[in-house]
Design a protein around this ligand. Sequence first.
Ligand code: 5RP
Ligand code: CA
Ligand code: CA
Ligand code: ZN
Length: 225
Amino acid sequence: LNDIEKGFEALRNGEFILVYDNDDREGEVDMIIASEFVTPESVATMRDNAGGLICNCIHHDFCESLGIPFMTDIMNAATDKYPVLATLAPNDIPYDERSSFSFWVNHRDSFTGITDHDRAMTIRELALLCKDGKFDEFGEKFRSPGHVCLLRGAEDSVKNRQGHTEIGLAMCEMAGVTPVCVVCEMMDSETNKATSFEKAKKYAEENNLVILKGDDIINKYLEEF
Ligand code: 5RP
Ligand code: CA
Ligand code: CA
Ligand code: ZN
């Protein structure tokens, strides 16, 4: 198996893959896992060994079915009543044109929502709801605001935007798992910066994980779809 195929295997087995986006973009390595397999232990691993924001990426088509907008669309719609929102427009992101952020949710069976147990439930149950096509149960099962940030995958995936959001979802699609995945940036407590590719590679080797580059995933996806 080549590394990308090992990545598909890992996702199907509920294991992490590491993905570096690009020198021309964030230059960050995210830990990525298919949300349908997330456990409290997976959340603990991301807290301890990645330390970035734990986000649930939702495929564009699922977002359409669930009615999940971009946060910027919510802000734009609310500017008449809250003019400050217009002044906060994210029109100066230094590495991309658009953010994939949507709103935050907790599963309604959560207590505070932040524990490994609660976040894993929120992440996994939303993936399973999508997998089962039970879109009309979204509001019955989840509340907002919450402690898991939802990221809305761009329409046409990596053809349209090349963030970890789309790259992770493209990996899920190619691996044949439900296209809902968690991303969490690897942060370096020694430098207080993003973990370098080299350091992340060392972590991957020590923990028997594959580390992939965004461009390789994007090219593979463009070949297939
Ligand atoms: C959420 C982020 C991360 O960068 C994450 O990788 C998703 O964003 P993007 O698709 O822009 O890479 O900001 O914590
Ligand atoms: Ca980011
Ligand atoms: Ca709290
Ligand atoms: Zn990213």
